[in-house]
Ligand binder design. Structure first.
Ligand code: UD1
Length: 355
């Protein structure tokens, strides 16, 4: 049995790691295609190195562009790759332009497509990620849902028969990296002279938060006014937009820093007092590490983090400041994201259904 994984952006490399390991353990032939959507070493190469992911067999090198140009370039380039490799399954991950392009290319070539992280919904039709995941779910043959809530969304859209709940593969990686990091020094703390437990970690990159200068200014100003250091791990998009709009990312308590490699990020979050983010993955990682999270968005796909009290949505300067200052939530041993063995289940499902 042969599986092709198509990945292109940072969170997909994290999800790919446990899948690559589970495929190798099961003796499944697994080819990795990197679309090149993310090309900066700190957004791409370090994830392959640190998480022990085999080098991609195919690199499309598409780079940046408008949504149409980027999605179209990947779609056009994949036809030849899929025809050459003739996989039993094309596995696509999450909600990026690489996900949608790969699903479309495969479905048009009549190749079976499995969508990992199926069924997540923000119900915000203005988000590019929402278009990508809804369209990918409806194109795919097998929907690998991380949670029961995600499976219910798929059922509501008439997709129950194609759905199986496998758990969340990011939880697989996070648990392994967390255990390996426990007790290790945190380079960021030494580098920036921070106090353990005395700083927050922030990431902001979504189009909804970066493209409108007023919104970006509001977010930056509220983080700068927090009463303890806030380290902004700045994605290229936020740096570019801030420069364009004359917004300073180093102001007041706000300190900008390059993105971190995954084990360093986990270490930095573990020792922090809180996370402020608009990332999907980081909200869930904060919850799994039991660090309070403030999410700068009007909705979240990971509703369990909010229901359990570990995540708060905040959309104005006051809301952000109040959310960051809130007392620590009540302890919980809930495991809505599975047991850390989701990737094994994914590979089992693909093998079982390819016979
Ligand atoms: C993409 C995903 C998003 C995911 C995020 C994780 C889509 C629509 N969005 O957003 O769901 O949460 O990745 O990071 O697929 N850039 C660089 N170097 C790079 C990559 C990008 O400088 O290695 C710059 C480019 O100028 C580009 C901008 O960042 O215009 C945004 O990159 P893009 O791939 O369009 O989307 P992300 O914002 O990274």
């Amino acid at each position: 049995m042969k599986v092709i994984s198509v990945v292109g952006a940072r969170p997909q490399f994290v999800k790919l790691a446990p899948i690559a390991h589970a495929a190798a353990a099961a003796g499944v032939e697994h080819e990795i295609v990197h679309t090149g959507q993310h090309y900066d070493p700190m957004l791409s190469d370090v994830f392959f190195d640190d998480l022990g992911i085999p080098a991609p067999g195919v690199h499309l090198g598409v780079g940046s562009g408008s949504h149409g140009v980027q999605t179209g370039a990947i779609l056009g380039a994949l036809d030849a790759v899929f025809e050459e490799h003739a996989p039993d399954w094309v596995l696509v991950y999450g909600d990026t332009n690489s996900t949608l392009a790969a699903a479309l290319s495969a479905v048009k070539l009549h190749l079976p497509v499995a969508h990992l992280e199926a069924g997540l919904r923000s119900f915000n039709r203005r988000m590019p990620e929402e278009h990508n995941r809804v369209l990918t779910d409806h194109a795919a043959d097998l929907l690998l849902a991380p949670t029961d809530v995600a499976a219910r969304h798929l059922a509501d859209e008439g997709l129950a028969e194609r759905t199986v709940v496998v758990g969340d593969v990011m939880t697989d990686v996070l648990m392994q990296v967390r255990d390996a990091r426990a007790g290790q020094p945190v380079a960021l703390i030494d580098e920036l002279g921070l106090q353990p437990g005395g700083y927050s970690v922030a990431t902001i990159h979504r189009a909804e938060n970066t493209d409108d200068p007023e919104r970006l200014r509001m977010i930056v100003e509220s983080l700068a006014a927090i009463d303890h250091p806030v380290v902004l791990l700045a994605h290229p998009r936020v740096i570019a937009r801030a420069q364009q709009h004359g917004i300073h990312l180093d102001a007041g308590s706000l300190v900008s820093h390059a993105p971190l490699a995954y084990p360093d990020l986990v270490g930095a979050v573990l020792s922090s007092r809180g996370v402020v983010t608009d990332s999907g993955g980081l909200q869930k990682e904060a919850f799994l590490l039991r660090v309070p999270c403030t999410t700068v968005r009007t909705e979240t796909e990971w509703v369990e983090t909010v229901e359990l009290g570990w995540n708060v949505l905040a959309n104005s300067g006051d809301e952000i400041r109040h959310a960051v200052a809130r007392p620590a939530p009540e302890a919980t041993d809930a495991t809505p994201y599975g047991d850390g063995r989701a990737a094994e289940r994914v590979i089992e499902e693909l093998v079982r259904r390819s016979r």
